[in-house]
Write a protein that binds this ligand. Sequence first.
Ligand code: UD1
Length: 351
Amino acid sequence: MSQALTPSDTCVLVTGGAGFIGSHTVVELLTGGYQVVVVDNLSNASAKVEDRIKTIVGSEAAANLTFYIADVNDRNALNKIFDQHHIDRVIHFAGYKAVGESVSKPIEYYSNNIGNTLTLVDVMRNHDCKSIIFSSSATVYGDPESLPLTEVSAKKPATNPYGWTKWMIEEILSDLHAADPEWNVVLLRYFNPIGAHASGLMGEDPKGIPNNLLPYVAQTAIGKREVVHVFGNDYPTPDGTGVRDYIHVVDLATGHAAALQWMNGRTGVEIFNLGTGRGTSVFEIIHAFSEACGHEVPYVIDPRRPGDVAENYADCSKAHELMGWQAQFDISDMCRDAWNWQSHNPNGYEG
Ligand code: UD1
């Protein structure tokens, strides 16, 4: 049975806690009084994140953070962490996330994302820890039949291995609860996380050429890329460009804190969309970012990117009604904070 605990009595293991969404969530948890254990293999994150988190939360809350550089798929390492700490809940972010790369490296994606989840839940079960929040994605909805997307909208076949891993891990965790009703599973389906911490100390730091729109726009604004490539202006949307539900990463982080609070003392499987409920086009993003950085960000129109949908945005009323959570920040806040991060850290965590 999942116990009701106060934050200071709750130890949360955060896998992938040095990554973009993970690091912002760790900050929210520490400021909320939780004890936090991070496990991250730094395969796509910087060792500098730990210090940045500590600087943001201050020394008192920082004392509640333990950081392990280890792979979630390393059963021995994970067992040691669970032996050392009484882990009450897990937030599972660790995984590969580049859509295009997943198409060329399916074995790596399936074995890393699904393999590490299976190792994790097995070690959890062996330590009688059965509460998990999983980092899922709106990608499971595929090409929507109608908008906005609610949690009961149909899951559609994924178009790439990355999407399938999210899709299948949702099923795996639901099956765990079906087999053992003591499991307490929350699936959070993120829409498009952007922005950065307002301090300018943490943000998105993609390796190589960014796949996602926002980091590409930010790197173009700072002069690292020549021009933004707009993937299609002939979609059936108001200005012809793709429409997405962009959400500030700090709002996403508070969504995890709300989910932790909500799942306290429960068992079951619950799904929540985390978005803003508002759609924004690629052109609107470029214009908002140009406002934020004070100069026009150049763009060209390219053909559509295969696999892209015209439009999606969330209905987030379930998260509001059940968890009392809703997004606070708008697109101009998101672009301001992303620009603050990019302009102070032109090369991400490396300087
Ligand atoms: C993408 C993934 C999705 C994943 C999410 C994680 C694809 C098809 N989907 O979502 O599975 O969960 O990232 O953040 O890759 N765009 C441009 N130029 C660019 C980049 C993007 O015009 O250089 C457009 C896209 O066509 C889209 C919008 O910007 O309309 C957002 O794209 P992106 O940031 O890649 O996110 P998604 O495609 O929604």
